[in-house]
Design a protein around this ligand. Sequence first.
Ligand SMILES: CC(=O)SCCNC(=O)CCNC(=O)[C@H](O)C(C)(C)COP(=O)(O)OP(=O)(O)OC[C@H]1O[C@@H](n2cnc3c(N)ncnc32)[C@H](O)[C@@H]1OP(=O)(O)O
Ligand SMILES: O=C([O-])CC(=O)C(=O)O
Length: 377
Amino acid sequence: MTDTVKINRGLKGVYFERSGVSHIDGAKGELTYRGYSIHDLATQSTFEEVAYLLIHGELPDAQQLADFDARLKSARHLPPAILDIISACQDGHPMDVLRTAVSALAALEPASRETGEEAFIENGIRLTSQVPMIVAAHEAIRNGRAPTAADPDLGHAANWLWMLKDEKPSTDAARLADVDFILHAEHGSNASSFAARVTVGTEANLHGAIVTALATLAGPAHGGAAEDVMKMVHEIGKPENAAAYVKQKRANREAVTGFGHRVYRAEDPRARHMRDGVRKLGEEMGAPEWYEILQAVVEAMQPYARHGLNVNVDFYSGVIYQLHGIPMDLYVPIFAIGRMPGWVIQCIEQQRKNILIRPLTLYDGPDTRAYVPIEQR
Ligand SMILES: CC(=O)SCCNC(=O)CCNC(=O)[C@H](O)C(C)(C)COP(=O)(O)OP(=O)(O)OC[C@H]1O[C@@H](n2cnc3c(N)ncnc32)[C@H](O)[C@@H]1OP(=O)(O)O
Ligand SMILES: O=C([O-])CC(=O)C(=O)O
């Protein structure tokens, strides 16, 4: 029996469900949300439109978008107790603070305990607005200032930057954040979305599933990569050091962060938009060296590209945040802000034809044996 069972470690290559939300062609390096190319959405859409598309299945018309936008804006409130909780754990990593605050919202807002599709949509929209508020409030509190109130005249991305820095963002900065959120909004059965589905599979509520997703996103093999890429860029210091850095990593058989993906064998299509953003922003801000270091790493990794090892979405995003003066430990929370609609719709899909997700592990421990009382061990 043990010899005949095929084990798919890490569930590599296993289909566990059907999904109508996003499609990844890993060989070609293509990604679509509900059939629309990520390139069209990144260049022509807004985060609000993309969130509507993901959750409701179609692009909104002008009235539908206005209504959806009004729903998002009217959800820009946090119970005062959340600010106390953020204050109490302000020295923690922002991802731990965010996860704790979302968990506390489940206890503080009775509506969050409801299940069913309408409740998931309502709670999902509310959380999509609250997650960026929590991240911004934490940044304010740990820097000794009162959280900035939301501005109803600003869209989702611009309002987040406004609350984060207590400064009105430029149109370009707001658009860059908007594009970043669009690119991160959904990605099939990635680790955090799968984990959220496992939670919904037990008929738990959406807040519980989002807490699971946040915990899973935080690791360096998933959403934590952007922070690690920035640390790598600092460690490399100048472009001419990149080749030696990569050589050493490969010699130690260590992963070069920001490269590799479970599904893509061609370049992650999202990286293109980030790369363009880093190059342009670096030139505009008189700081082209970050882009040059990244490109020197790409150059040094060329021999491995043949084997399908390419940059992923997180390779370039850290430098964009750094050029905007955003602290490194906020990079994963930024990913979470963008991923909210993706998690929400994955949870809704799971709930529509719910099934407990419970695979098997093949036992390879000791044979059955006699219990030995403690005094005889
Ligand atoms: C938003 C996201 O979550 S994107 C991913 C963000 N994570 C990172 O950037 C961290 C660095 N990358 C990694 O650790 C990995 O690429 C993962 C965890 C993302 C995917 O891992 P896997 O699915 O196991 O990758 P895969 O099976 O394709 O690996 C194939 C080979 O490439 C190697 N490889 C994969 N990624 C890297 C990397 N970043 N650097 C060097 N080698 C790598 C593997 O070690 C493996 O080599 P082997 O066949 O000699 O054992
Ligand atoms: O799909 C994955 O495995 C990881 C990823 O790129 C994402 O979640 O955006």
